[in-house]
Design a protein around this ligand. Sequence first.
Ligand code: TPP
Ligand code: MG
Length: 332
Amino acid sequence: MTSEQLAWKIRRHGIEMTHLSGGSHIGAILSVADIVAMLYTEVMNFDSKNPKLESRDRFILSKGHAGASIYAALAENGFFSVDELKTHYQNGSRLSGHVSHHLPGVDFSTGSLGHGLSAGTGMAYAAKKDGKTHKVYVVLGDGECDEGSVWEAALFANHFRLSNLIAIVDHNHMQSMDFQENTLEIEDFGSKWKAFGWNVIETDGNNHDELRIAFQKADEYSKDEAHKPTVIIANTIKGYGVSFMQNDILWHYRFPHDGWEYDCAVNELHKIKPEGVEDIYTPNGIENPSLPTSQDDIGNDHTFSYTWNTDYPEKMRRVEAPSGSGEREHKL
Ligand SMILES: Cc1ncc(C[n+]2csc(CCOP(=O)(O)OP(=O)(O)O)c2C)c(N)n1
Ligand SMILES: [Mg+2]
């Protein structure tokens, strides 16, 4: 399976899983899909038949609200059946909304932001002390980097020269309620990591060629005599792959509802389906899809997660993108 094929499958599963469950965070899942796909096809060492293999690379999705992306990647790699993905978010399911370590292939439960890098740092420190050669990969959200604990872990990782630690920040310039720039200024992001002693690689996190090069560089850095940890700042677009979800904060919490939201998302994905990939849910896309009408003002639909906040949609939807924030064309 190529990284592009897995990324598409993650997106398609993500749409189905959030649609069926009424679960949130599709924007975050689409944003991180290419990073996760690259890790699970070309970068990490793992064995789905032996999830606890001692020499496996360790992985933490610190932005645990995008758990569906990991569930899809694990299922597609044979850790458990693809059929189980349909249980996402349901009572009794192992596939909780946020990542659970009860699943094979998951080393650490996440969802409460700000803990993943600390845990990964501990894993990398232990590996180094024990003379082990596996690496530790941690994927963080950029909004998550508002958490002070991230920077404490960053200090620790530099102090103990944890060159076996690679952090990837999904830098989509958005958090849950607004663009990052309007929430808490974090730029110049790369310089901050550098000042904390890290190797910094900046890349386009939705472009597989660029991601591939970034991970190769990170691998070289991990052998460098300076023994620094490495961060890949992956510039992404939240909602990438479905035009009406891109850069729209509504889709942090809203799920693709029955009707045009689901139909149009599925059909848009079909237009960019790589060769050799099957869509197990809607093999030929959706014939006669529902389309939005002028009455479909989802900005006034209060049935999504923030039901108590009646001001939310009008105030927060379609906020102006600060200049330089994820303005690239959709080009999958
Ligand atoms: C400690 C903590 N506070 C608040 C939340 C609620 N929350 C869930 S996702 C999110 C925004 C995260 O933004 P970012 O890290 O940029 O991730 P993105 O969805 O953009 O990939 C917040 C605040 C949480 N999960 N954990
Ligand atoms: Mg973000």
